[in-house]
Ligand binder design. Sequence first.
Ligand code: GRF
Length: 214
Amino acid sequence: MARLRVAVLISGRGSNLQALIDACAARDFPAEIRLVLSNRADAAGLARANAACIATKVIPHREFATRSEFDAALDGALQAADIELVCLAGFMRLLGEDFVARWHDRLINIHPSLLPEFRGLDTHKRALAAGVPFAGCTVHYVRAAVDDGPIIVQRKVPVLPGDDEAALAARVLEAEHQAYPLALRLIAEQRVRIRDDRVELCDNDGGWRDALSA
Ligand code: GRF
């Protein structure tokens, strides 16, 4: 089967990008990263893409007068590379409604909390302040509202006594590096479908179940 053509959008470190690159390096992995796009020329993740011989493109948001012009430039680069699925991985720009609609069900994101809890920034700080026993990460389809949309994969980790933000972030990040390649694999294997804006996953026996059921 042809491999799913993926673009990864980043703004910084790119450790999730690296997890996806590593997964795609396996011969039998059903997706390939065709393009890495960044809104920042200094994103460390660009070097990871270069090292893996993946095409990169920098589209600096500051060069555009409006969000929709920036979004249109992103869209143009994605179309030119014949991309089928877009993965946001630490991409720190909000995408406009038109872009999100154009890539409906073909645009996914990873967020460092168990959504719908702790949408937005500073998730670990807020999780620690709230005293929750578990934290985690979520891979989800992107909808117009921030950190909203059908959930594909979640991974839970414990919050341990004495955790500070850095310790919790590191534990969640490890889970992110498992969750994102898994979500990509499931989509590329066509084992994900959306019903009533919820994700259903296909079991090994061919049956479909709600992604959030145990
Ligand atoms: C991750 O925690 C991701 O969940 C969030 O931004 C961070 C990006 O980290 N959206 P990296 O650039 O992938 O290392």
